[in-house]
Design a protein. Structure first.
Length: 152
């Protein structure tokens, strides 16, 4: 598994599509994930620690986890099929590690709120990540892609 962090969240100013850019913490590799507008807002609220008057859906899950002694451990974006990413939220319940399937955007929102690590499977990163170095042709392609988006 590849440990990643959220590098940025971008929005295309023309069609308002949102992209979460995950960055490999050890290498100059990035994984772009397209997410919905509301999902990206929930991630942004958590990243910026914005106080809300009522719990958002992901806050509600964290509150339920706390109440039921469910301890989130980490999330993993573990596969891609037909251009759709799949993820899991791993947690401990009664001293047993378990997981539930999740959309990556929901898993990211929960990971940020519960302060757990974010991973991408080796295969997903190898086949879908963008490696960047100073001599890479991918650098200009990636920069063009990023420039077509606005920072959110």
């Amino acid at each position: 598994m590849v440990k990643v962090e959220i590098d940025s969240i971008r929005a295309n100013i023309i069609n308002n599509q949102r992209v979460v850019i995950l960055k490999d913490i050890k290498k100059n590799r990035y994984l772009p994930l397209w997410v919905g507008e509301f999902e990206s807002e929930s991630i942004i609220v958590a990243l910026q620690r914005i106080e809300v008057t009522r719990p958002l859906t992901h806050d509600l899950f964290i509150n339920l986890f706390d109440k039921e002694n469910i301890i989130p451990k980490f999330i993993e974006i573990h596969k891609i099929e037909n251009d759709t990413f799949y993820s899991r939220i791993y947690y401990d319940k009664d001293d047993e590690e378990q997981f539930i399937d999740s959309r990556p955007s929901d898993a990211l929102a929960i990971a940020i709120r519960s302060k757990v690590e974010i991973y991408v499977s080796d295969d997903v990163m190898k086949n879908n990540g963008i490696s960047i170095d100073d001599n890479s042709e991918n650098l200009s392609i990636f920069e063009d892609f990023i420039e077509s988006l606005d920072i959110e």
